[in-house]
Design a protein around this ligand. Structure first.
Ligand SMILES: [Zn+2]
Length: 134
């Protein structure tokens, strides 16, 4: 499922505030154009409507490819450093606690802390999918 939320963001450049749509998750099988937007750097970007200052918004993002059967979850690296509640989301083995132990990829998101790493991982999964080995 593709999911967005809306939040007020203050421009770090001119200080004026505007509503920004944040993407929580992208389902690129149902919404393939979102994959293009992601690779064009247009997801979770703040662009000031007043002064045109543009910057990335460091916000968690889940990427779901149903055809290739994988999920990538991005979390801002800062959440790892400052927020113990964040760490409590995980089992010792690095898996997300809320998700019952299971064998399907839906319950095994790959976690990254860098948007470039997310893109690299997507490319990695697409390349091994092309090779098609079990
Ligand atoms: Zn501005």
């Amino acid at each position: 499922m593709t999911r967005t939320s809306s939040t007020a963001v203050r421009c770090p450049e001119c200080g004026r505030q505007q509503e920004v749509v944040l993407w929580d998750s992208l389902n690129v099988t149902l919404d393939p154009e979102l994959k293009e937007k992601l690779f064009e750097g247009k997801i979770n970007i703040f662009e000031c409507i007043f002064c045109h200052f543009t910057t990335m918004i460091d916000y968690p993002l889940l990427y779901h490819d149903m055809d290739r059967r994988f999920i990538v979850q991005y979390y801002p690296f800062s959440s790892l450093m400052v927020n113990e509640d964040y760490l409590k989301m995980f089992r010792k083995n690095g898996k997300i606690r809320e998700i019952p132990l299971s064998r399907t990829y839906l319950e095994e998101p790959h976690i990254v802390f860098d948007m470039n790493e997310m893109l690299r991982y997507i490319l990695f999964r697409e390349k091994i999918f092309q090779i098609g080995q079990d």
